[in-house]
Write a protein that binds this ligand. Structure first.
Ligand code: ADP
Length: 585
């Protein structure tokens, strides 16, 4: 992924100094000089260096190198500008980069206090950022198709539209592309692909469909599932053709054969595809309209789609168009919305990207769209609750165990996500500790991220670890000894675990991370047919409205198999584009 520059130097001449002349207070606010402070971000301490003269913040230099490249860089740029403009550290956080933004604000506050400032006075004299009071511009744009959302589904659709020579715009409400797609780690399920054939793997689209139905507890729409399976090999060929090949095939839970296709270099499939799709769009000269949130779908007198209203940073848009592709993702980051359908999930943290707020579902519903399986929400069992960071399944797959506050195991740790989550929720306090040793850390790169983010508790002895966790040391020591015996015998008589038993947990130091279930994927959404047309509550397509990806329901039923989210976005993203192309002809 393209690295953003995280070191932003903002020139005082541009912002602060001239504004100051009008209102310079009589007493000096600061002791002139350059002051530095740092505060912990997600992964690393964020450094802020502020230069002041007697009355003005003249320069803000933020180093968020080491934070998530996209978000850290964006937060550094945005906040250095805002602090300079507002002349106080208390500025708005960047949506989607809350932890990094708060670290910047904290460090900036400390630096300014060291410069002798009273922050309350700075707040009282806050300068207008020109945001709310400045009237926005209005713009009307004529185009053929509006694609809403630049995650995997929206970008795939956009590439198809460009390849067909169509005129379109691609809207993204966040300042970056990718959405939840970026977070997909496994791969893409596809059957009868040339890669499977070359590697001697026998598979069929019928078997792929049957596995998906079984995994989804047969709640899935069989026609959508068959369509996904039948077009999966074509989608793999198409990915090849746009420089996003997924040649590495392996096994994924719920599949009868090796079917999950991943990038050659072992990188996470979501980040890889977002990177390749973005590069392709850039090569084709397609611009993504960032920070532009679609708010309403417009229809003509006959109920046909005729436009979209959207809010940009400085401009409100009306797009006149013939068709819309909704690719806005799910609603796993909208607590009010998911608790409306699942009150039992109130207070559950989410692993979702901040843009997953269900906007597309609400906009489609306003036009009478039907919803399917809307209460089907997949939980991930190992989410650290203070940061919402997902502790990858590989930690358990490589040998970690889960224990409760009593220090005992309570489940086969490698059951399906829903089953392990339910087992955790049945424990006192509704949480667990994921336990592993140095040997596992040495073999799994992902662990470094958790250690750096300070999520782990560690000790050279099991007893020491137990004490830090408030668990009875003798009980935890016995749990570990029993587990190591299971590994030695390759048998887990109590819980029947049979995988992730390649290495015992005997190499100090020992580590634990406190985890609980988090919202992971909203499987329900707007109802579509096999042509990705959005269907209304009367069973009729809404003319000109198409949808693809997590915004839709029906593909995954009651449980999504690993590898099917990416299949869904690529395959139905392409179908939605083709249907829109056929529709506007
Ligand atoms: P999918 O996997 O279905 O492609 P993603 O979550 O990856 O879904 O992507 C959905 C994208 O849509 C996200 O980048 C999100 O920020 C964007 N989005 C959501 N709502 C809107 C909206 N109202 N206007 C523009 N973009 C939106």
């Amino acid at each position: 992924m393209k690295k953003l520059i995280c070191l932003i130097l903002s020139l005082a001449m541009l912002f602060g100094v001239s504004a100051l002349a009008e209102t310079a207070p009589e007493q000096a606010i600061f002791t002139p000089g350059t002051y530095e402070a740092e505060a912990q971000g997600i992964f690393v301490p964020v450094k802020v260096q502020i230069t002041v003269d007697e009355n003005t913040i003249t320069n803000v230099l933020i180093d968020a190198t080491g934070e998530t490249p996209e978000l850290g860089g964006l937060a550094a740029g945005k906040l250095s500008e805002s602090i300079l403009l507002a002349q106080t550290p208390n500025v708005d956080v960047l949506s989607g980069a809350t932890v990094t933004s708060n670290a910047i604000i904290k460090a900036a506050t400390e630096a300014l206090e060291a410069a002798g400032a009273d922050i309350a006075v700075l707040d009282a004299n806050r300068r207008d950022l020109g945001g709310e009071d400045t009237p926005k511009g209005e713009q009307t744009v004529d185009t053929e198709v509006v694609v809403i959302g630049a995650g995997g589904a929206g970008m795939a659709a956009a590439i198809m539209l460009h390849q067909a020579g169509k005129d379109f715009v691609l809207l993204e409400k966040m300042p970056y592309a990718g959405g939840n797609t970026t977070k997909a780690t496994g791969g893409m399920n596809a059957a009868e692909t040339h890669y499977q054939k070359e590697q001697g793997i026998e598979d069929s689209t019928a078997l792929f469909a049957a596995d998906t139905m079984k995994g989804g507890h047969a709640l899935n729409d069989p026609a959508l599932v068959a369509t996904m399976a039948n077009l999966s090999s074509d989608a793999i060929d198409w990915l090849d053709s746009i420089g996003a090949a997924l040649p590495k095939i392996s096994f994924s839970g719920g599949a009868s054969v090796n079917r999950i296709h991943a990038p050659e270099d072992g990188s996470g499939v979501g980040g890889f595809l977002v990177d390749r799709f973005s590069a392709k769009l850039a090569e084709l000269g397609v611009e993504i309209l960032y920070n532009t949130k679609a708010t309403e779908l417009l229809t003509d007198g006959e109920g046909k789609i005729c436009g979209v209203k959207a809010e940009g940073e400085d401009t409100n848009y009306t797009f006149n168009c013939k068709a819309v592709i909704l690719a806005t993702g799910g609603f796993g980051a909208n607590e009010e919305m998911y608790t409306q359908y699942r009150p039992d999930l109130k207070g559950t943290v989410t692993t979702n990207a901040p843009g997953a707020t269900g906007d597309g579902i609400l906009m489609a519903q306003a036009l009478g769209a039907d919803l399917v399986d809307i209460e089907q929400i997949q939980l991930h069992p190992t989410v650290e609750q203070t940061t919402s960071m997902l502790i990858t399944e590989s930690v358990r797959g490589d040998g970690a165990i889960l224990v409760n506050q009593q220090g005992v195991r309570f489940t086969n740790e490698l059951l399906t996500r829903d089953a392990v989550s339910a087992a955790e929720l049945a424990q006192e306090g509704q949480y667990a500790y994921i336990l592993f040793d140095q040997n596992l850390r040495d073999h799994l790169k992902a662990i470094e991220k958790y250690v750096k983010a300070d999520l782990t508790v560690q000790s050279d002895t099991i007893e020491g670890l137990a004490e830090q966790l408030g668990i009875d040391p003798a009980t935890l020591a016995k749990t570990l000894a029993d587990w190591n015996e299971c590994v030695a015998n390759q048998r887990d008589p109590e819980f029947g675990r049979s995988t992730g038993m390649n290495a015992d947990l005997t190499t100090p130091p020992y580590y634990a991370i406190k985890v609980a279930p988090g919202i992971h994927h909203t499987m329900g959404g707007v109802k579509i047919d096999t042509a990705a047309q959005v269907i209304n509550t009367e069973g009729q397509p809404i003319p000109g409205l198409f949808a693809a990806g997590e915004v839709t329901g029906g593909v995954h039923g009651g449980n999504r198999l690993g590898g099917n989210a990416v299949a869904d976005i690529v395959i139905f993203g392409r179908i939605a584009a083709q249907s829109a192309i056929d529709y506007i002809k």
